[in-house]
Each structure stands twice: as C-alpha cells, then as structure tokens.
Design a protein around this ligand. Structure first.
Ligand SMILES: [Zn+2]
Length: 290
C-alpha cells in the first residue's frame, strides 16, 4: 500500500513538474514575442524566426512575404503560405488564381483537428453562424479529410492565422489560440478563407485613412500596403477585415501612437462583433449576387 502510494506520488510530482514547465514555456514564449493580451486584438501569426522579405505574385497580386520558420511565408500578418502557393516575380509556373478561389455554391466544408478545446469549438460555431445566417454560406462539417476543406486547429503561441485567401484546394487551415482570440477573430479568418483581403489594403483607402509608416517595424509593412488591384466595393471603417488604429508592440515601435488614423487624425477601435455593410457588399459582388 505504501509502495503504491509512493509510486503514485512520484508520478504526481513528475506530472506537476511537466505541467509547470509547459506553463512557464508558454509564458516565456509569449513574453519574448512581446505579445499583448487584449480582449480584442489584431489577428497575427507569432513567428519565432524570421528571414528575408521577398516579392511574389499571389492571386494575381504583387505582394511582399516574410520568410518564417518551417519553410513557410507570412503574408500580411496572419496568412501563412507555402512555396507552392505563390510564384516569384519572374517565375513561370501555374498557381491558384483569384478567379478560381471561391467556394462553389457557397458550400464551405470543414473539420475540427484532433484535440480541440470545447471553448474553441464553441467560438468556431458562433463565427460560422455570423457568415452563414447573413450571407447564406453553408458550413458543412465533414468526417473524412477529402476534397477541399478547412481544418480548424488550436495553437498555444498566441497566433490566429489562416493558410489561404479564398479556397486553396485540398486542405487549408485556420489556427487559433482561444486564450487570446474570440469568435469575432475567427470570423475575420473565415473572411480571408472565403476570399477577403485586409480592408486597409483597398485601392481607395487613401481617401479615408492615413498610415504612419515611421512607427511601423520593417517586417510588418505588408499589411498596410495599398493593393494595386482596383477594389470593387468602397473602403468601410466598420469592416471586420480592418485592423485597429493601434497595433501591438510586435508590429510598431510605439504602441501608444496610432499606426492608422482617419483623415482628420481621429482613431477607431478594432471591430470584430459583426459583418459590416461593406463586408456584405463585397462578398455579394465577389460571389455575383448583385
Ligand atoms: Zn487578417
């Protein structure tokens, strides 16, 4: 009896130590990335290692990508691409074009990865209802990984990201750390997954906002670059795809100074509670429901 108790107690110590180690590791990792804990925050992939910035063509757009770990490339803060997704400026190869990246019949097939918390599951379902009820997207849960689908994953490094703008073909991922991101942030990632870029990149944005480039760290210029492709629907301050006026300390030198302001110098708060009129107009235009 004493022996059994001792053995169990021994295991308990080991497990406790392991648990404490994990907690400490996570805390350290987040602190190292100067990640800020806010109730609502811009979606961001928290890379551990970054390399060169390279120019590429993605979905007919000329873009800048940041090399990150595991041969991945970060576009615009929260879109993680692989080498096969884009081409270099003078490279000749076929890649997915924007005309082919919409979900047919607005049917979005999806699956939870293994080991997803009930918290994240609930947040995902709330986010799908935002797009489903207002814009008639059909979110279809699948049991087998076949065809085109979104795999919903959980991460533990303060990231919220997706792996495609629009339908990638085959598997694409939305990965969320539910400790820091809510259903509104997931709705933002769904926005990317059905074809939306960030609102502040729209070609008409200079009529509405000013960007304070001097406050921006070099690796994070891309999300604030204006698209050269003419956008079909106007810029909207209430878009769920628009970043807030202020950005986190990983992105800017001074997080108290706004990175974006309205033309009159005033600021806005990040909006992740609903789909704006502009968001709906843009989706209807893209999916040809004028
Ligand atoms: Zn985003």
């Amino acid at each position: 009896m004493i022996k059994i108790f001792t053995k169990k107690f021994h295991h308990l110590i080991i497990y406790s130590f392991f648990f404490i180690s994990c907690v400490n590791n996570n805390t350290t990792e987040i602190t190292d990335n100067t990640y800020e804990i806010n109730s609502i925050t811009d979606e961001i992939y928290n890379p551990k290692k970054t390399g060169r910035i390279i120019e590429a063509i993605y979905l007919d757009n000329k873009i800048k990508l940041l090399e990150i770990e595991n041969n991945k490339y970060l576009f615009d803060g929260d879109i993680v691409l692989e080498r096969e997704d884009f081409k270099l400026l003078n490279e000749k190869k076929d890649v997915n074009q924007s005309k082919k990246n919409l979900w047919p019949e607005k049917n979005i097939r999806w699956k939870f990865a293994d080991s997803i918390s009930s918290d994240l599951k609930e947040k995902w379902l709330v986010a799908t209802r935002m797009w489903g009820t207002q814009l008639d997207f059909n979110f279809i849960e699948i049991s087998e990984k076949k065809g085109d689908y979104i795999l919903i994953k959980q991460n533990y490094n303060g990231s919220a990201y997706t792996t495609s703008i629009g339908k990638k073909g085959g598997e694409q991922i939305i990965s969320i750390d539910p400790r820091y991101y809510g259903s509104g942030n997931i709705a933002h990632e769904i926005g990317h997954s059905i074809g939306l870029f960030h609102e502040q990149k729209k070609s008409d944005r200079d009529n509405f906002i000013k960007i304070n480039y001097t406050n921006l760290k070099p690796n994070w210029v891309s999300p604030y670059e204006k698209s050269k492709t003419r956008t079909t629907t106007p810029f909207d301050y209430n878009s769920i795809m628009l970043y807030g006026s202020r950005a986190s300390a990983s992105v800017v030198y001074d997080s108290n100074t706004p990175i974006m302001t309205k033309k009159d110098g005033s600021i806005w708060n990040l909006q992740r509670a609903y789909l704006s009129t502009g968001d709906k107009e843009q989706i209807r235009a893209m999916y040809n429901e004028e």
